[in-house]
Write a protein that binds this ligand. Structure first.
Ligand code: GLU
Length: 504
């Protein structure tokens, strides 16, 4: 086996990639890049019944959005291609035949109905039907039939499968880089189908043949494939090939309760489980997540750096990643934490970039000239981003920078709007009108001086003033808001507010 680290992500195009799949791809990618190895994308599309149109494109787009670039793939090519199993179809039969000739596999002609009958019969007796050493001689296959009978069936074009003959009475010791050694009694294994008469290999055969031919050094995949490891090891042994090293990643678990994170959990909890939207299901991208945030939170689902550090960019992840620090137990998914990550990455973005991202939302929400003034928007973003998790939060946090309030928070108004307030606000309007230069600091000192000189309380002025400018008691430094919206707009808001709140 080659010394070079070569890993693969081998999804089946049966639908959109779940974030668990993205995490598998990411861990493969990090491992490859850490050791200057190759990351390969291989599409495992041998099961035509489960093929979903558009799924491969989705997989490619999702990886590319996350910044996970394949060194070899169906679209980039490479010297071990083709990278779609359907295009490698011609390769697999010879390998199945090789095992047949060596007596390590056999033809089986049992019809689906016959197998179903056995299954049901066993169920009735409280047993599970396993096609293996203890009954294979009683079933319809090349071990129980004569050579002539087998030939006759094949010549007649009867449907067949080629099954692997799993060994009897052996203890297999499997090695997993995350889980250590796992012992398996081969008597518990069933004789898995490797090849079907439609000319297609099953996942097991194609996967092993391709990993071998593509010189894969490490197989890093989800825990759900652990039960297949024994068969895979046996197949490598049967072919006389050195097996790659295996690492089975822990499952991603529901936010609450037991079990694997599912699409339904996302629907219930109002969070995406797909990187990009797929039909009705919203993706992380469309929900306003930055790819860096998604990559970062996925990396920490099942892996820990051994330090307190939580925020990692891709390069830092590549440096820090190791399979030794991948946990055995399931990783609980925490939707709140994903927001926390996005919040962090949002703070790291430049105000200019955030302003650009805010523009389309503004175009929809406001006709104000300010809503198209990137210099102004950049300043607004700088003032409100601290409270935002997403660019989509900006409008809710700062609409008043663009539009005068149409309503006033009722509860706040009740508390703030008292006898004498309208008069105080009129006086503030007069100060706003006469302050030069019209700046936050000048306004602050003028209004504060007036409050002190007249022995007023700050609360009696600042609360109502904020209510008139913003419509609520929220927002950044009040005098900054005054400066930003401009003198005329400020005076107008104060006067309109006085009328609205006094008459209500
Ligand atoms: N095609 C399998 C899947 O859909 C690949 C499993 C493996 O990585 O061996 O996940």
């Amino acid at each position: 086996m080659a010394d070079k680290v070569r890993v693969r992500f081998a999804p089946s195009p049966t639908g959109p990639l779940h974030i668990g799949g993205v995490r598998t791809a990411l861990f493969n990618y990090l491992y490859a890049k850490k050791y200057n190895g190759d990351f390969i994308l291989r599409i495992e599309d041998t099961d035509q019944n489960r093929y979903v149109e558009g799924a491969e494109k989705y997989i490619q787009e999702a990886l590319s959005w996350c910044g996970i670039r394949a060194d070899e793939s169906p679209t980039t090519g490479g010297s071990f291609g083709p990278y779609r199993q359907s295009e490698r179809k011609h390769l697999y039969k010879d390998y199945a035949l090789q095992l047949l000739e060596q007596g390590k596999a056999y033809y089986a002609f049992d019809t689906p109905e016959a197998l179903d009958h056995h299954r049901k019969d066993h169920e009735l007796k409280g047993k599970t039907f396993i096609y293996n050493w203890h009954n294979r001689n009683k079933l319809t296959n090349s071990l129980s039939l004569t050579e002539e009978e087998v030939k006759a069936k094949l010549d007649a074009g009867e449907n067949f499968v080629i099954r692997f003959k799993s060994p009897q009475d052996e203890t297999l010791v499997l090695k997993d880089l995350i889980r250590g050694e796992i012992s398996i009694d081969t008597n518990t294994l069933d004789d898995k189908v490797l090849f079907k008469s439609d000319g297609m290999p099953t996942y097991h055969l194609a996967n092993i043949v391709d990993d071998h031919l593509m010189e894969i050094s490490h197989v890093i995949r989800g825990e759900e494939w652990l039960p297949s490891l024994a068969l895979h090891q046996l197949l490598y042994d049967a072919f006389g090939w050195g097996a790659p090293k295996f690492a089975h990643l822990p499952l991603i678990m529901k936010p609450v309760g037991k079990g694997k994170l599912s699409k339904r959990d996302g629907e219930k909890g109002g969070f995406p489980v797909f990187p990009l939207s797929w039909n009705e299901s919203m993706g992380y991208k469309e929900a306003g997540y930055f790819p860096e945030a998604v990559v970062n939170f996925l990396a920490l689902l099942g892996w820990n750096p051994g330090t307190e550090q939580e925020v990692f960019n891709m390069d830092e992840l590549i440096q820090s990643f190791s399979l030794e620090r991948v946990n055995k137990s399931g990783a609980r998914f925490d939707p709140e934490k994903t927001k926390w990550y996005n919040h962090n990455y949002l703070q790291l973005k430049s105000n200019e970039a955030l302003a650009q991202a805010f523009l389309p939302i503004l175009a929809e929400k406001s006709n104000s000239e300010k809503a198209a003034d990137t210099g102004y928007i950049t300043k607004v973003v700088a003032m409100i981003k601290e409270r935002a998790n997403f660019v989509g939060d900006f409008w809710g946090l700062g609409s008043y920078f663009f539009e005068a309030p149409q309503t006033y928070n009722e509860k706040a108004a009740k508390k703030q709007w008292k006898e004498g307030t309208p008069e105080l606000m009129s006086e503030v309007a007069a100060i706003v009108k006469n302050t030069t230069p019209y700046s936050s600091s000048e306004l602050e000192s003028k209004i504060k001086d007036w409050i002190t000189n007249n022995e007023l309380s700050f609360g009696k002025v600042m609360g109502p003033l904020r209510l008139l400018l913003v419509g609520d008691l929220k927002g950044p430094h009040l005098f900054d808001i005054l400066e930003m919206i401009g003198r005329e707009e400020a005076i107008q808001r104060i006067n309109n507010g006085i009328t609205a709140l006094t008459s209500s």
